[in-house]
Design a protein around this ligand. Sequence first.
Ligand SMILES: NC(=O)c1ccc[n+]([C@@H]2O[C@H](COP(=O)([O-])OP(=O)(O)OC[C@H]3O[C@@H](n4cnc5c(N)ncnc54)[C@H](O)[C@@H]3O)[C@@H](O)[C@H]2O)c1
Length: 331
Amino acid sequence: MLKVGLIGRGNISKAHTAAYDKIYAENERAKIVACCDICPQNMEDLPDARHYTDIDAFLKEEQGKLDYVDICLPTYLHAEVAIKAMRMGFDVLSEKPMARTHALAQEMCRVAKETGRRLMVGQCNRFIGAVAVVKNTVADGSMGKVRTAEFTREGGGAPLGYQNWFRDEALSGGGLLDLHVHDTDLIQYIFGTPKAVSVMGQNVNPGAGYDIVFANYRFDDFIVSARCDWTIVHDFHATRVLRVNFEKGYLYLDRTDGKQTFVKVDEDGTVTDLWELAKTDLFYNELCYFMDALEGETPFAECLPESCAESIRIAEAEKQSADLNGGVVLC
Ligand SMILES: NC(=O)c1ccc[n+]([C@@H]2O[C@H](COP(=O)([O-])OP(=O)(O)OC[C@H]3O[C@@H](n4cnc5c(N)ncnc54)[C@H](O)[C@@H]3O)[C@@H](O)[C@H]2O)c1
């Protein structure tokens, strides 16, 4: 059984622990045996794990006792804690966005190489089955060339998090780095690095940076757009749409709350329902992938630090463009 140390027991860690519970129920493959959160009451629902409120004490005490650490801390702590953990011999799975800045993400890549530790970033959307279909269809050209693609991610009011860190751009990077980065990362993952970006951004919550983002990406012979809005009052729908328009039809994925659509529409108008491929427990898939790779069953090939750092680099170009009111920034 893999012994897991969870660092950060806030909102997203609940999705991780639900997936760990499912994995444990299936075959007892992994269990959280140690947990660290600065607020002790946050760990009360993990009574079987050893509890810590100080990260340094956790790392020192748990050295040699864990198979890896799973970092679910606020973004501003990802790099610092992942680097400390790797230097102390831990393999690391760390939540997205990889780091608050590209420079910190690069440092994480450097330390992973230097220490030889495993580092995977939880860009969980890469583990949606439909995303693999889209990526493969783009790569194999079976629907012809890409003409356009569009991504929409509208998530209601921005969360507050521990001591309101989400609302402080210096700590979270705002909606642009926190929510929109899911699409920046998918775009980079599916199509590669764009040549240039042009982004209009809007601040609504004071101090929170760009919480509305309308981004355009220029590739050699097609264009892509992505919209993100973190400010919708009483949003009961949490819109999640991805559409790629090819020469010979399109792929359309809609995971908006209440909708379950993934279709392929061919040149002759045939509509094929592919929802079975899209139906996915993405955190479960992400954790299983990490464990398979850690145990040598599959190579480490997804969400590698260099690839996720590239998404942070593009997000920084997007921020630069938004600061220029949509000015074109080369990537
Ligand atoms: N993959 C996804 O879809 C997804 C969704 C939501 C959030 N996230 C990411 O997950 C990360 C955490 O987000 P969240 O919503 O869980 O935030 P959160 O504020 O709810 O949780 C963070 C937790 O870390 C703890 N913490 C803060 N400082 C600490 C310290 N110094 N030592 C120990 N514990 C400390 C807090 O007490 C809190 O429990 C963020 O980077 C966020 O972007 C990812």
